[in-house]
Ligand binder design. Structure first.
Ligand code: KG4
Ligand code: ZN
Length: 373
């Protein structure tokens, strides 16, 4: 098991005397658990006037699934089962806390692979029952979005917000008029952006996950060597929907024309043009949505948000816009549990009665097709 631990600086003495903000009690600690796909993750956040990440542990299964070219669901759930308790214990240890000190437990309830989700949900239910803690079920997409609200951002972010969520399973533009209020104004009609990265990487003989592999290949591209132009699907359409399967098919056609030798020769150039096509569409649609809804803030989230070309272009193009652009650090873009704990912190912050989550272990269940609402 490979466990990647990321910690922020933590001073236990200081953390015990945090002041109050709204209904927030001093030193509220929330344990987050995430197992919706192929990362077993646990994290602890501290809620005060800001939300601070105390520990963020990810047991990655990437190497296990690489041999299958994608996530093998059975293997993912079995590996979650092996990793989940050590991962949670490590997250508590790194945050120098224990179950008794927690204010609440939060867990991803969907969307995701049902077998994977069940491992996190059933573990969280058992822990919440055993330690008599409130349990908060979190939508995975709400978690991705919440990754933007860490540290001082919680106080600085202004509404309305347009958030681009780009992951392996989703590509959506979400309008947020206030905390907890989500309206999906556009989404992909076929493949998600991350899915397109993964499939095109396979066509180019690059390893799983395709996003980071394509990003690395694109950086090596010698731009003048192969003059190819791939389509930018739906870039000028009136709505805020996306479509990436045609782009993937265009790469498939190109690779068939080129043959194995030339694919190898021009792999980096194809990767660069494909990445640029995706980035161009995502950025254009996000800016258009921000303009239409007069957004004061533009946010970026999801695994594909770790892509440097996307981050750079969105940052550059929003410089002259009326909206402020923010994005999470790269380690909070790909699946992690800190974002799940942060989403729970926002819910506790906005609900007048956090008691709503008491006996949550009786109420929550895994839902693989859960929508953001
Ligand atoms: O959010 P995430 O970790 O899991 C899901 O909720 O799906 O996103 C995973 C997706 C994968 O498709 C992966 O290829 C893509 O995010 N990804 C990237 C990068 N890092 C991860 N795509 C482009 N560039 C990256 N640097
Ligand atoms: Zn995700």
């Amino acid at each position: 098991m490979k466990i990647l631990g990321i910690e922020t600086s933590y001073d236990p003495a200081k953390s015990r005397q945090v002041g109050t903000a709204g209904q927030v009690k001093p030193r509220q600690l929330i344990l987050g658990i995430e197992t919706s796909c192929d990362e077993t993750a646990a994290a602890v956040v501290k809620v005060g006037s800001e939300i601070e990440i105390l520990s963020n542990v990810v047991a990655s299964q990437i190497k296990l699934h690489r041999q299958y070219g994608g996530v093998f669901p059975e293997l993912a759930s079995r590996t979650h089962l092996e990793n989940i308790l050590p991962t949670i214990n490590l997250a508590l240890k790194k945050a120098r806390t224990n179950f008794a000190e927690l204010e609440a437990i939060a867990v991803t309830v969907g969307p995701g692979l049902i077998g994977s989700l069940l491992m996190g949900v059933e573990t969280a239910r058992t822990l919440a029952y055993s330690f008599k803690k409130p349990l908060i079920g979190i939508n995975h997409l709400e978690g991705h979005l919440a990754a933007n609200f860490v540290d001082k951002n919680l106080k600085q972010i202004e509404f309305p917000i347009i958030c681009l969520i780009v992951s392996g399973g989703h590509t959506s533009l979400v309008l947020m008029r206030k905390l907890g209020n989500y309206k999906t104004i556009g989404q992909t009609r076929d493949d998600a952006a991350g899915e397109a990265f993964d499939k095109v990487a396979q066509l180019l003989g690059l390893e799983y996950p395709g996003g980071p592999a394509i990003e690395v290949a694109a950086l090596k591209s010698r731009k003048l060597e192969l003059k190819i132009k791939l389509p930018r699907p739906m870039i000028d359409s009136e709505d805020f929907d996306f479509s990436f399967s045609g782009l993937k098919t265009a790469v498939l056609r190109l690779t068939k024309e080129l043959g194995p030798k030339k694919i190898q020769q021009f792999r980096n150039e194809i990767a660069a043009e494909f990445q640029q096509a995706i980035v161009d569409v995502l950025v254009a649609k996000t800016l258009k949505a921000a303009q239409k809804y007069q957004a004061k803030t533009i946010l970026l989230s999801g695994g594909v948000a770790a892509n440097s070309a996307l981050r750079k272009k969105l940052e550059a193009e929003t410089l002259n816009s009326k909206a402020n652009f923010l994005m999470p650090p790269k380690n909070l873009c790909t699946d992690n549990a800190a974002m799940i704990a942060v989403a729970a912190a926002l819910k506790i912050n906005t609900k007048s009665a956090a008691q709503e989550f008491n006996k949550g272990w009786q109420k929550i269940s895994a839902q693989s097709n859960l929508e953001l609402s």
